[in-house]
Design a protein around this ligand. Structure first.
Ligand code: C5P
Length: 319
C-alpha cells in the first residue's frame, strides 16, 4: 500500500478517503445522431447529438501515492502519453485544484476502448479519473459538479459521467435526458490507426465550403428521438445519422469498404462512429450482432471487430 497523502498545510476542505483503492469502469460512447452546425468564433462547432454509452470499457484504478503517476496497460499502452498530455492526468489535476488538495494519486488505466477511434476513449478516461479521484480524495462532488469540471476537459467528457442515452447540445457538453426503451445491439469495426477529431471537423468545413456536402447537414434528431421511444431496430436503423461521416470517408476512403461489408453481412445499418474511423453496425439482437461480427471479421476490412450493447451507465466505481 502506498504512503497516505497528507493534506496541504492549512487545508480544511474535504478529507481523504479513509482507505483503499478506488476502481472505476467507464464505457465508450457512440453518437446515434451527430448533427454538426457552423463553426463558432471559439473554434468549436455547434452540435446536436444523441449520445449512447456502450459496453466497451476502460478501467481505472486510483491509489494513494506521494505524487501523481499514471500507468497504462492494454490498447495503445505503447503510444499513450502518461504526463499532462493524457486527459486522465489533466482530470486529476483539475479536480485536485478544485478541491484544494494535492494531486497525489497513482492511476492505473486498463484500456480496451480503441484510441482515436470516434469512441471517446480519452474522454472516458478523464470522466473515470474525476469519479475515481473524487472518491479517493473524499471530495463528495455531486454528478452536476463533476459534469461542470468534465466540460473543461472536453466536449464529450460530461456525457461519460452519467452515460446512458442523452441529447448533447452546445459543443456537446450541454446534456438533456432522452427517453430510450430497451437495449440495442451494436457491432464495432475498429480501424487500423486513428483519425484526429479537429482534422475531421476541418475537413467537414472544407467540404461544406466547396459545396461538396450540404451546409445544413442532418439537422434535428426528431426522427431518432422518436425511434428510441419504440423498440424496433429497423426504425432506429433508418434514423441513424452522422454529419462527420462524409468528412471521415473523404480522409479515409477505405472506410466505405468497411461500411459496405457490414451491410453485406446483414447489419441493419452502418455508420461511422463520431469522427471515426471506427464503424458501427446496428444488429437486431445479441445473436445477430455476434453473427454479423463473426462474418465481418473474415472481410479483412478492419483491425478488429467487437460487439457491444447500449445504453449502459457512465463512469461508476466497481468493487
Ligand atoms: O472538446 P474536445 O477537446 O473533445 O474537442 C477536440 C477538438 O474537436 C476541438 O479542439 C475542436 O477542433 C473540435 N471540436 C469542434 N466542435 C465540437 C467539439 C470538438 O470543432 N463541438
Amino acid at each position: 500500500m502506498s504512503e497516505a497523502v497528507e493534506p496541504a498545510a492549512g487545508y480544511d476542505g474535504p478529507r481523504l478517503a479513509a482507505s483503499g483503492s478506488v476502481r472505476v469502469r467507464v464505457p465508450a460512447k457512440i453518437n446515434l445522431h451527430l448533427g454538426v452546425g457552423p463553426r463558432r468564433p471559439d473554434g468549436f462547432h455547434e452540435l446536436t447529438t444523441v449520445y449512447q454509452a456502450i459496453s466497451l470499457y476502460d478501467e481505472l484504478t486510483a491509489d494513494r501515492a506521494d505524487r501523481l503517476e499514471l500507468v497504462v496497460e492494454g490498447e495503445g499502452a505503447d503510444v499513450l502519453p502518461t504526463d499532462e498530455n493524457n486527459l486522465a492526468v489533466r482530470a486529476a489535476v483539475l479536480l485536485a485544484d478544485h478541491l484544494g488538495v494535492p494531486p497525489r494519486v497513482r492511476l492505473h488505466l486498463r484500456k480496451q476502448i480503441p484510441l482515436a477511434g470516434g469512441l471517446a476513449g480519452g474522454s472516458a478516461d478523464a470522466a473515470a479519473a474525476l469519479v475515481a479521484c473524487d472518491a479517493l480524495w473524499d471530495g463528495g462532488l455531486d454528478r452536476n459538479e463533476l459534469a461542470t469540471l468534465a466540460a473543461d476537459l472536453g466536449s464529450d467528457v460530461p456525457f461519460l459521467v452519467p452515460g446512458g442515452t442523452a441529447l448533447g447540445t452546445g459543443r456537446g457538453e450541454v446534456l438533456s435526458p432522452v427517453l430510450a426503451v430497451g437495449t440495442w445491439h451494436w457491432v464495432v469495426a475498429v480501424a487500423d490507426g486513428g483519425l484526429s477529431t479537429p482534422t475531421v471537423y476541418a475537413k467537414l468545413d472544407a467540404l461544406r465550403d466547396a459545396g461538396t456536402v450540404p451546409a445544413e447537414g442532418v439537422g434535428a434528431p426528431d426522427e431518432l428521438l422518436a425511434a428510441l421511444r419504440q423498440h424496433d431496430p429497423r426504425v432506429l436503423a433508418a434514423a441513424l445519422a452522422n454529419d462527420m461521416q462524409a468528412a471521415a470517408l473523404a480522409l479515409r476512403p477505405t472506410l466505405a469498404r468497411t461500411l459496405d461489408a457490414g451491410l453485406a453481412e446483414g447489419a441493419l445499418a452502418a455508420l461511422v462512429s463520431g469522427s471515426g474511423p471506427s464503424c458501427l453496425f446496428l444488429a437486431a439482437d445479441a445473436d445477430h450482432a455476434a453473427s454479423v461480427a463473426a462474418r465481418l471479421t473474415t472481410h479483412g476490412v478492419c483491425r478488429t471487430v467487437r460487439t457491444a450493447h447500449g445504453p449502459v451507465p457512465g463512469a461508476r466505481t466497481t468493487p
